[in-house]
Write a protein that binds this ligand. Structure first.
Ligand SMILES: *Cc1c(COP(=O)(O)O)cnc(C)c1O
Length: 828
């Protein structure tokens, strides 16, 4: 069978690796290497795993060797001899493990027969790379690195996954510091590529834009050509100035008609459609795409010109462009009819995305019965029986109650002996949809675009008013990783998921945190903890406010109470002796906040009670900072930190065992490394809000609140708008009615000019009073129409701005979004 040949045929064993990285192989064994590891948390199977012990700023991979050995890993790349040299383990010793990994990447690239290209720039790298893959896959076998694998470690790791018969490889290269691109260029040695654009993107440490361009340009030092947007003035200036020194030919394109470069000629542009002629190198061809926003058009320009200038088939490209999805996201989760959970992934339809989506279904579907609705896969390099053999293989690994398979190919090749019902078309399935059982199920919709699974989605999803909070779980993971990188080895991370995870949805957020190995969760009330347990969250959970009545329930659900007074301590002590079981508790100490907490004068008696009740096991002692985000209160904050340290030392000495200590919330993680102790308690920062502008640049706002324009109407000069007639139109104008009001969390204090929203990239102010379910904004002559999306806050409209207009802080905005606002989850 054809697919059997599509395997990695290179002999990837320990000798190949040793030779590639320049290490001496200690003996004659040749151990097979199946996958590479650099982060001990990622271990799934130990068989054939090779661990690179990499030393980072606040992390040393060597510390995990013993743990990985216990889990079965036997192959290690190390910089020094391990503390315990296990006899059956193999150590390849190098000067620098990261450089060794990069040498391995470079070797794989050199050994491969594929044409290697690269994409860099500030924005749009990932989507441009994905689109290139969509445009070229089929006629070619294309490899691309996954989104999060564009860094010093990610690039070589992902090359390892490239299969031998790949003929085009496209790698995304990202840098965050000067000096990094050189290393990526040496690995990838691209023969050409795309410089998407240059922007003042966040979190990059370059003195100015030209310096950033020059650093990124190093990627193409040996390349033959560079595609880039001519209209990006700053990029163009640096590239033109460098042209003479560059080996590569510059291939710009523009949105303006030009003699000297390729260009777009827009023929018809609507909100979600654009038809254009593309002119290049004396040729012209017409194309259409199902969207038309500026950012997407720029990405299309880059990807299309790249493909055309390499001579790829116009007709094939035309077909593919029609099927592109305009956004980077690919997976959406929401509540459906009859208490079901709907996961919709109609963006990609290849094997890898099927695997990812099934994993997501498994993780979030938990105890529910799981249903897969799948269409023929149209984007895989495998075809026919070989393709569906893979599909069977993947699908069989998951515990699926039922599969609905739609399309002629699935019917022809079949999914084996699973519980499958076959349908010829989406239409045929929709005919049946109301007779099928959806109650409490977790449903994954995995359809290729031509199958229009959005029609199924519409029937299964709940009807809702058109106001949604979009929660981007991948951004949450980004923020999580950022805070993690701040911690030292061994320091733990507790995440606050109280108040519905700051409005984002506790269960969904908690499951992601659990998957990513966070150490602790904290909730405000026992109920919140019980809900998490019922949703399949098994990690440790601390409860901040412990009501006496809830104690038994907390014990039943293995929730750990905060104890903050002698009275409470006596209560839990009584219960612990009554049930005669060890009970984990967290001691909250008063250090200056003057909210809950043991006073200094309570400590002696607290210790006596603890000693008399060995069933009470102190897991941690902690306190809360009153002003960690205020530099003027630095002395006060340091005082609180000192007090925690002193009092907890005293308790520890008296009890004779150690426990965790913690005091740092987001503000302190930013500013007070001395406050980290054994664990930090991350709150608002996880959701993408920081108090410092510098810190803010490194985070991504996790949620975006969106409404829609319900109606647009004309009003005459002198007409009034809304309750109380507080706004009088100064002249004839147009008003848009927007589907959000104070019952959704858009407070009445934003009436009459205080609140602003973004429609089609333009800011508009609220006129008149905010109603319960609606607001009105003046749009004058702007091309705003019914159904337009309205951004309340999000990436393009900072939540801080709305908070300031309300006279409050982002915490209150986030937690004030009412439960009737539907939450939609995305994962890209
Ligand atoms: C809410 C809370 C936090 C998190 O605070 P952020 O400022 O959101 O990081 C930490 N500790 C306690 C006790 C809290 O109540």
């Amino acid at each position: 069978m054809k697919f059997a040949l599509r395997r990695k045929s290179l002999i990837r064993n320990s000798h190949y690796i040793a030779q590639s990285i320049g290490a001496k192989h200690p003996d004659t064994r040749a151990l097979e290497v199946k996958h590479l590891l650099w982060d001990s948390r990622q271990l799934s199977t130990s068989e054939g795993a090779l661990f690179f012990a990499i030393r980072g700023q606040n992390h040393d991979g060597h510390a995990f060797i013993a743990e990985l050995y216990r889990k079965g890993v036997r192959l290690f790349v190390v910089e020094h001899d391990p503390q315990i040299a296990y006899a059956d383990a193999l150590y390849l010793k190098v000067d620098n493990s990261l450089k060794a990994l990069q040498r391995l990447g470079a070797k794989i690239r050199q050994d491969s027969k594929a044409a290697h290209y690269a994409v860099t720039g500030s924005n749009g790298k990932t989507i441009t790379k994905e689109w290139l893959w969509r445009l070229l896959e089929g006629p070619h076998k294309v490899f691309r690195n996954p989104k999060s694998y564009n860094s010093q470690i990610g690039v070589p790791i992902s090359l390892w996954e490239m299969e031998d018969d790949t003929d085009i490889a496209i790698s995304e290269a990202g840098v965050s510091q000067p000096g990094e691109m050189e290393a990526l260029a040496d690995i990838l040695q691209p023969i050409g590529g795309i410089f998407t654009n240059i922007g003042s993107a966040h979190g990059e440490n370059f003195p100015d834009l030209p310096a950033k361009v020059l650093e990124k340009l190093k990627l193409f030092k040996g390349s033959e050509f560079i595609i880039y947007p001519f209209d990006d003035l700053q990029l163009r200036e640096v590239l033109s100035a460098e042209a003479a020194a560059l080996k590569a030919e510059l291939r710009p394109w523009s949105f303006q008609k030009r003699e000297d470069c390729a260009y777009f000629e827009i023929l018809n542009r609507k909100t979600d459609y654009c038809r254009f002629n593309f002119h290049w190198e004396g040729q012209v061809a017409e194309f259409e795409i199902p969207f038309s926003d500026d950012a997407s058009l720029e990405n299309v320009g880059n990807a299309l010109y790249f493909s055309l200038s390499l001579g790829h088939d116009k007709d094939h490209l035309r077909n593919c462009l029609l099927q592109l999805a305009p956004v980077e996201m690919r997976l959406q989760m929401k509540k459906g009819r009859e208490q079901s959970l709907i996961i919709d992934d109609a963006y990609n339809s290849d094997l890898e995305s099927l695997r990812i989506a099934l994993h997501f279904l498994d993780e979030h579907g938990r105890d529910r019965q799981k249903i897969l609705v799948i269409s023929d896969l149209l984007q895989s390099s495998f075809k026919g029986e070989a393709l569906y053999a893979h599909v069977r293989d993947i699908v069989q690994r998951y515990d699926l109650e039922q599969i609905y398979a739609i399309g002629p190919q699935l019917k022809q090749f079949g999914l084996g002996d699973l519980r499958v019902t076959y349908y010829d078309s989406t239409e045929a399935f929709i005919q049946e949809i109301h007779h099928l059982d959806w109650r409490d199920k977790a449903v994954l919709l995995k359809g290729s675009r031509p199958f229009e699974f959005e029609r199924i989605d519409r029937r299964l999803s709940l009807k809702h008013h058109e106001t949604v909070l979009e929660v981007y779980l991948d951004r949450l993971v980004h923020n999580l990783n950022y805070y993690r990188s701040r911690l030292q080895e061994g320091q733990k991370l507790m995440v606050m998921v109280k108040a519905f995870a700051y409005g984002s949805g506790s269960e969904e957020v908690a499951r992601v945190l659990q998957f990513h190995g966070v150490d602790y969760l904290a909730v405000a009330y026992a109920d919140e903890g019980v809900a998490l347990r019922k949703a399949g969250v098994y990690m440790p959970i601390m409860v901040l406010n412990t009501e006496t009545e809830a104690l038994f329930e907390m014990i039943e659900y293995n929730l750990e109470p905060e104890v903050y007074s002698l009275l409470r301590l006596k209560e839990v002590a009584a219960i612990a002796s009554q049930i005669n079981k060890e009970l984990k508790i967290h001691l909250k100490l008063e250090t200056g906040m003057h909210r809950l907490g043991f006073e200094a004068t309570d400590v002696e008696e607290m210790i006596e009670i603890l000693k008399a009740n060995p069933n009470l096991k102190v897991v941690s002692a902690f306190s809360h900072l009153a002003a960690s985000d205020d530099p003027q209160e630095r002395d006060f904050t340091l005082g609180q930190i000192r007090t925690l340290s002193e009092v907890s030392n005293k308790i520890e000495d008296s009890l004779g065992y150690t426990f965790l200590r913690h005091i740092a919330n987001t503000g302190a993680i930013e500013d007070y490394p001395e406050a980290y102790f054994d664990m930090v308690r991350l709150g608002i920062g996880l959701y993408g809000v920081a108090s410092h502008p510098e810190e803010q640049k490194k985070l991504r706002l996790v949620s975006e609140l969106k409404a829609t324009v319900s109606q647009v109407k004309r009003v005459k000069a002198g007409d009034t708008v809304g309750y109380g007639r507080t706004w009088v139109a100064p002249n004839d104008t147009r008003i848009a009615v927007v589907s959000i009001g104070y019952a959704d969390g858009f407070p009445r204090s934003l009436s009459n000019g205080k609140g602003q929203v973004l429609i089609r990239g333009v800011l508009y102010s609220v006129v008149g009073r905010v109603c319960m379910d609606m607001i009105m904004v003046e749009v004058k002559d702007a091309p705003v129409t019914e159904g337009d999306e309205v951004l309340i806050f999000g990436l393009d409209l900072p939540i801080q701005k709305m908070a300031a207009a309300m006279g409050t802080i982002p915490y209150e905005v986030l937690t004030g979004i009412s439960s009737r606002v539907k939450r939609l989850y995305f994962m890209s």
